[in-house]
Ligand binder design. Sequence first.
Ligand SMILES: Nc1ncnc2c1ncn2[C@@H]1O[C@H](COP(=O)(O)OP(=O)(O)O)[C@@H](O)[C@H]1O
Ligand SMILES: [Mg+2]
Length: 325
Amino acid sequence: MRIAFLYEHPTWSDQLLTVLQRRIPGIVPVNVAELRFDTDTSNCGFSAAINRINIMPSADRLPQVVFQTQHYLSWLEQSGVRMINGARAHAIGSSKAMQNGVFSSLNLAYPNGIAIYRQEDAINAAEQIGYPAIVKPNIGGSGSGISLYQNRAELEQAVQIKALDLGVDRTGIVQQYIRSDGFVYRVEVLGDALFYSIKQPVVTGEFNYCAAEGCSTDDPEQTVSTEQRATEGEDFDFCVLNNDAGGIQTHNPAPTVVDNVVRIIKASGADFGGVEYFIDTGTGQPCYYDFNPYSNFVSDGENLLGFSPEERFTDFVCHILNIGR
Ligand SMILES: Nc1ncnc2c1ncn2[C@@H]1O[C@H](COP(=O)(O)OP(=O)(O)O)[C@@H](O)[C@H]1O
Ligand SMILES: [Mg+2]
């Protein structure tokens, strides 16, 4: 049995891949950042595929990788491959609009949002949502491209100079600004079960967070620059080892939150993934705002979590494919 392991970041999957390859014969790494494929479905060569692609575009990856990945995932499905996190999960992960649709269909609290593609439409959308309002690209990642507007004049000025960042597909969402209790919470699940959960403090007005790895890429105090991290391929990894930089902590979510995250994962067609939420100080309740159809592996996970996330993820894969050790 040949099983594709799909990834695109040069280093983020190294530890996981080592464990997967040790325990599951037939794992074949496929880096979608270099992907070209023969479209003949009889030539696919894989019976299953594990999708661990973070769709986030970055300076050293062409934006087209986002769309090439979508084509590949759908083509794998056409070829009859058993997908672990397939094309639908991936599509929802790359659409803030569809994520809001999932939260809404499950009757969960979420920041109201209006999907747009023309910059000028942001003004009416924000009028409807109310200020402060946020503009997010559908395909972002770690908060990239998100901006906050306190009033109509600020937004009009940005629209006038076409300063809204609607990301690589030039679509996005105007979203209600949520006043939180000062933390972002992230719950990761594998199937029906809690994988782990973390929380980290937010800095008001900053959005460029990696909630899994505990840092804000806008933080001027950081000892390693974003550029340096990108070129070294290490991105957010240092933060977890240096808790002072991001203050990442493990956290015990309420059982209802875990249930809701499992419902979100299933409604998104995913097998595993993570959901971010705030505690909305207006209601005192969780407000769900982001779904990521891949699991983040916090660096030094064993020390932070008390178990090896790589081994546990591999247990999960073995269980659903009924293979391995
Ligand atoms: N509606 C909102 N109100 C207030 N802050 C927000 C809101 N949405 C996002 N943020 C902040 O911006 C960060 C990134 O937003 P998110 O939707 O997770 O984007 P990405 O997909 O890029 O991770 C969040 O972790 C949070 O700190
Ligand atoms: Mg996020």
